[in-house]
Design a protein around this ligand. Structure first.
Ligand code: GLN
Length: 293
């Protein structure tokens, strides 16, 4: 069997098995089985697979057909143009979370920000990209899961930012040493019954997905506690799920009556992020001053 034939067969199996992005997934798995990069894959379409290689590729295809995400099979995932190690202890970074990164970077370029914290960092992707782009900013990243922090540490090392990010174990804001200027968080926000109905936690960690009854338990907890963990004029950026924009805005409005609150959609047009901009000390028209959009 040649590279070309192996790809075609896997692609067909994925189409039949209703695996999305059949071609791309086949390529990622074949590259992983043969330990080659994308260029090598395209350069040698007629290369023959040794029978050992073919067998190991097919084992990967079968794992994928069984529902296991490709990122866990290959052990890595691209996010914001960089590769991050992942395993089943961490949520696989999603493209829509790039909105959090883009917005955080945009804010920091406009406002003086000295310290940033990512809450629930998982594999560390967001904190690491912020560290790579913001060399002057002090960065904390917290997670309640010890194995997740281990993965984040590995990624910090492989991206050369281990000395730039302070990884902290603990619940939510608890481990932070003091207030910061910007907090970014992709907390679990899927309503529990949806997690089970869709089998979302069959492979990914329940802890990173389950937002309780209405999906907003963890987000609500963060909103209620964030006031004394942000400096005046500070920002909170939270990823949210389908249809949660209104409820999160209403909660924040009650907690921070005079702050700026904006909801942003992702590329699919779904409300995906809420940004809270606290009043700077002594400002009367802060909401206008702080608008990020
Ligand atoms: N976006 C993820 C999903 O749809 C959920 C991530 C989260 O809960 N933070 O599966």
């Amino acid at each position: 069997m040649t590279v070309r034939e192996a790809l075609a067969r896997a692609q067909k199996a994925f189409v039949i098995g209703k695996v999305e992005d059949a071609r791309l997934e086949s390529e990622l798995l074949l590259r992983h089985a043969l330990r080659i990069d994308r260029v090598q894959l395209y350069q040698e379409p007629e290369r023959r697979l040794a029978s050992r290689e073919a067998a190991s590729f097919w084992r990967l295809v079968e794992r994928r057909l069984g529902g296991e995400p490709t990122a866990y099979i290959t052990g890595c995932r691209e996010f914001y143009g960089l590769s991050f190690s992942v395993d089943s202890n961490v949520l696989i970074p999603r493209p829509e979370s790039e909105l959090l990164v883009d917005t955080a970077l945009r804010i920091v370029r406009r406002c003086p920000v000295v310290s940033v914290a990512e809450i629930g960092t998982g594999c560390g992707a967001i904190a690491i990209i912020l560290a790579l782009n913001l060399p002057e900013v002090r960065i904390y990243a917290t997670d309640i899961s010890a194995p997740a922090l281990k993965m984040a540490r590995l990624n910090c090392r492989s991206h050369g930012v281990a000395d730039r990010i302070c990884l902290l174990a603990g619940d939510m804001l608890d481990p932070l040493p003091g207030p910061v200027d910007l907090i970014v968080a992709n907390l679990p926000y899927v309503p529990q019954r949806e997690v089970y109905r869709l089998g979302l936690a069959d492979f990914e960690p329940l802890l990173a997905l389950d937002g309780g009854c209405d999906g907003l338990e963890e987000i609500g907890r963060l909103c209620r506690d964030v006031g004394d963990r942000l400096h005046p004029g500070g920002f909170l950026l939270m990823e949210i799920g389908l249809g949660q924009g209104r409820a999160v805005t209403a909660l924040l409005r009650r907690l921070f009556p005079s702050a700026g609150i904006e909801v942003f959609p992702d590329l699919a047009g779904i409300d995906r992020m809420v940004v809270l901009s606290l009043d700077p000390v002594g400002s009367s028209n802060s909401r206008e001053m702080q608008r990020v959009a």
